[in-house]
Ligand binder design. Structure first.
Ligand code: 9WN
Length: 423
């Protein structure tokens, strides 16, 4: 990459974050997603941290204004009204102020807080902010480990595909097939008017996921009742790994702050998750999501199958299996890492989480390979990611065959990945 391209990407990434900044929080992209999204903000904070530490902390602090009394941090905080996104606050029927959804998203925030803390120019200036955020992060992790794992199995439950952040992954095909749709919401959708419908989930998918929202509403959004009672209950490999990594990051922060009781609790949660991880390993040695209702593993590896490296619970055999898997995908597709196994019959290089490449997942996968000494794979993922941005802009996701940009334009987390990882 020429120094000129590098400068252009730096400027463009900063311009995107500034344009999507709503004062304390950042929208992923104004046209498609006009509110604050949970894991987007955690990644965006890392981008801000490279040039405005104060603004980076505020991104996380503002996200936690949406935290529920039971510790749950919602997938979306609807700080200000906007009528061009469906489903908005009324469709969720929750009671929180500011209005929020009733489901969560992958818990990246503790990892982000550690990133901010470790890069702080003067830690004494941000120690109070970290200390104020810590109990909120701890409460969220407790919600995952207790409310979303009520039997203490070590595997946490997601009850909605959107909770995984990997909305229409093949991981949800069988679990969603078991959800009998009771609503028909195709006409209410806005997303498929804002971007090409072939790059978005189907109407049938929306009917089923909104049926799950109706089920949770009927349970009054009670955490345990939802966890035990919804017609979709899956241990999502992505959330399981991201939580396990975030537990480790939160443990490091607990030690920094001298919170020994919390550190001991986190160490217990980590040990319990590590012990349960083998249940997610398929006979071919790849990790998958697990349908907790049927005991079935997901039908194919996905980009989440590399995240045990990021979580840090992978065994030496796993490391071997994951590096072979990554190399075999590159034999079929020039740009890594596809969100779904290219050999799976349902692989679709254009449709969202069924094939396209997502840069935030790439960052986590590259982190995992680098931590296990596989610097060549980590470097190739970074090179592919930078090439996609340089040739096609800060798009939401990319076609792994051609690097073509897909979904929304001017995407905040793609800009943040450039600034905090690739630049
Ligand atoms: C539903 C905002 C979010 C991301 C998710 C991505 C997509 C929403 C949607 O956009 O999900 O939460 O309406 O499609 O799948 O990962 O956080 O960028």
């Amino acid at each position: 990459m020429t120094p000129e391209t590098h400068r252009r990407l730096d400027q463009e990434a900063r311009r995107i974050l500034a344009a999507n900044d709503r004062g304390g929080y950042t929208v992923p992209n104004e046209r498609v997603y006009p509110f604050q999204w949970n894991w987007d903000s955690a990644f965006v904070a890392m981008g801000f941290a490279m040039f405005d530490e104060d603004r980076a902390w505020r991104e996380l602090e503002t996200l936690f204004l949406g935290q529920w009394a039971d510790g749950m941090v919602p997938s979306i905080v609807f700080h200000t009204p906007a009528d061009h996104y469906y489903p908005g606050p009324t469709a969720w029927g929750t009671r929180h102020q500011p209005p929020t959804t009733g489901i969560s998203q992958p818990p990246v925030a503790a990892t982000s807080a550690r990133f901010l803390w470790e890069r702080a120019v003067d830690r004494s200036l941000v120690r109070d902010r970290l200390a104020a955020l810590f109990p909120k992060l701890m409460a969220w992790h407790r919600w995952w480990h207790e409310t979303r794992d009520p039997d203490g199995s070590g595997l946490v439950t997601v009850t909605h595909p959107w909770e995984s952040g990997r909305d229409n992954s093949p991981d949800w095909d069988a679990p969603l097939a078991a959800v009998a749709p009771t609503v028909s919401v195709g006409a209410l959708r806005k997303d498929n008017k804002a971007v090409d419908p072939s790059e978005r989930p189907t109407d049938d998918f929306y009917d089923r996921v909104m049926t799950l929202v109706e089920e949770a509403k009927a349970l009054g959004w009670d955490g345990i009742a939802v966890s035990r009672g919804l017609s979709m209950r899956v241990c999502d490999l992505g959330v399981q790994c991201i939580l396990s990594r975030a537990d480790r990051d939160l443990l490091a922060l607990a030690e920094e702050l001298g919170r020994s009781e919390d550190a001991a609790t986190l160490a217990r949660w980590i040990a319990r998750s590590d012990a349960a991880a083998a249940r997610l390993r398929a006979p071919d040695g790849t990790y998958r999501s697990l349908d907790l209702r049927t005991g079935e593993l997901a039908p194919c590896p996905t980009s989440a199958s590399f995240l045990p490296l990021y979580a840090r619970f992978a065994t030496p055999d796993d490391v071997e299996a994951m590096s072979s898997l990554a190399r075999s995908w590159w034999d079929r597709l020039p740009y890594g890492v596809a969100s779904c196994d290219p050999g799976f019959p349902g692989f679709d290089p254009l449709r969202y989480w069924r094939g396209p490449v997502w840069l935030v997942v790439n960052r986590m996968i590259a982190d995992g390979f680098a931590a296990h000494g596989l610097d060549d794979i980590a470097a190739r993922i970074a090179d592919d990611s930078a090439a996609m941005l340089a040739t096609n802009g800060f798009r939401e996701y990319f076609d792994p065959r051609t690097a073509m940009g897909l979904g929304g334009h001017g995407f905040s987390w793609s800009a943040a990945m450039w600034l905090s990882w690739l630049s």
